[in-house]
Design a binder for this molecule. Structure first.
Ligand SMILES: Cc1cc2nc3c(=O)[nH]c(=O)nc-3n(C[C@H](O)[C@H](O)[C@H](O)COP(=O)(O)OP(=O)(O)OC[C@H]3O[C@@H](n4cnc5c(N)ncnc54)[C@H](O)[C@@H]3O)c2cc1C
Length: 371
């Protein structure tokens, strides 16, 4: 039983489905309505803590070569990422440049002239240098989500929408999961409820992890097909980012403001501040917003993903705390979860990338009690 139909839930279902009967339950009338449908769709490996980072690199093989019939178009397209800094923050760029990279990935420090060549609308007096991550790519998020749904369905999984889980009870060694209209039984429950992870745990009498949902607002402004080759541009202090998206530009304030689980709406002042900052470093002169949205990026207290069985509740698995990287890491975390549920050895790509299940296990939040 997988609770939640965002990227976490469908990846879990796709990876578990070959090993047993899987039902996925989603509260909303459509899947991917919450955070998964609101991302910036970037694949990067240089993001998150030591436990999380290997998951993106371990996902690259799936993106390049998805299961037969799961997709109609490539899941990744070239983009590249360009960090920018003014003269006072070049040391911060060098700090990022010094971080170790997974095999096959690199970061390259560039001078201001190169950064301006890549994005000619940057203001020369505001950019002293850049750092490029050439292997960053755009992800077809809808295509990826659909790929997991297809694989799950092909193996006989059932997907129930408009079915908020309201109660979870022990049933022998397994669980009884109750929605508004149905009662399901399951040996294993996977909590993939995103911002509601601790809420769903409470329904089952499982202690919370201390998940923190944080707002992030994005919006589209008019652009041009002439900008199509620009990289994803991000300020070294995460004060804003932007990237071309068709004939529009996707922009964000890159804010991380704590909020409650829910369906947040953009705040005018956040959009205005992002526009002010982007207009200060470019000559784009943004004045119009075509569309805007806010999503909740949900973090565990230590910022690492939380994947695995709760040591205090047999058969209750967590797949939460995906923060700002839950799209790019989805093939690997689904694979890891399935290995933990079935007791199988980790897939070769996870081992090669150095994925360490201990660093991601919910047990790290239970040690004080266990010890
Ligand atoms: C602006 C923004 C930019 C981002 N950019 C990137 C990026 O470039 N790259 C990247 O990898 N990641 C990015 N992310 C992060 C990424 O979107 C998330 O990590 C990921 O979508 C989280 O997926 P999820 O399945 O955990 O959560 P969700 O998509 O929120 O899914 C959780 C689901 O659980 C359901 N649910 C909750 N409670 C119940 C219940 N009681 N019963 C049944 N169902 C329930 C909810 O309805 C929801 O559909 C970004 C996020 C934002 C907001």
């Amino acid at each position: 039983m997988v609770i939640g139909g965002g990227m976490a839930g469908v990846s879990a279902a796709a990876h578990l489905a070959p090993h047993g009967r899987v039902t996925l339950i989603e509260a909303e009338s459509s899947l991917a309505y919450h955070t998964t449908g609101r991302s910036a769709a970037l694949f990067v490996v240089n993001y998150g803590g030591h436990g999380t980072r290997p998951l993106a690199a371990a996902s690259a093989g799936f993106f390049a070569d998805p299961p037969e019939g799961a997709t109609d178009a490539p899941l990744l397209t070239d983009r590249g990422l360009l960090w920018i800094a003014d003269g006072t923050r070049m040391d911060a760029l060098r700090t990022i440049a010094a971080e170790p990279q997974p095999a096959g990935y690199e970061t390259v420090l560039v001078d201001a002239a190169t950064a301006l060549e890549m994005v000619p609308r940057l203001r020369p007096d505001r950019v002293a240098g850049g750092l490029i991550e050439p292997q960053a790519r755009d992800i077809d998020v809808a295509g990826l989500h659909q790929a997991f749904v297809r694989v799950a369905r092909r193996h006989g999984s059932e997907i129930a929408t408009s079915s908020p889980v309201t109660s979870i009870r022990r049933d022998g060694s397994g669980w009884q999961v109750i929605t508004r209209g149905d009662t399901f039984t399951a040996d294993v429950v996977v909590n993939a409820a995103g911002a509601w992870g601790d809420t769903v745990a409470a329904l089952a009498g499982v202690r919370p992890i201390g998940l923190e949902p944080r707002r992030r607002t994005a919006f589209m402004v008019p652009g041009s097909s002439d900008f199509a080759d620009w990289p994803f541009v991000i300020d070294v202090d995460h004060l804003f980012y932007f990237k071309p998206d068709g004939v529009q530009i996707l922009c964000s304030l890159a804010e991380e403001e704590p909020d409650e689980p829910g369906d947040p709406r953009p705040r005018m002042e956040d959009v205005a501040l992002a526009i002010e900052r982007i207009n200060a470093v470019t000559d784009l002169d943004i004045r119009t917003v075509n569309s805007q949205w806010t999503g909740l990026r949900t973090f565990a207290p230590d910022g690492e993903l939380v994947i695995g069985e709760d040591p205090e509740q047999r058969g209750f698995y967590w797949l939460v705390g995906l923060g700002g990287i839950g799209i790019a890491t989805s093939p690997a975390y689904g694979s890891l979860l399935a290995s933990l549920v079935t007791g199988a050895r980790l897939a070769p790509e996870l081992r090669e990338a150095g994925v360490d299940p201990q660093l991601l296990s919910p047990a790290r939040f239970r040690e004080t009690v266990a010890g």
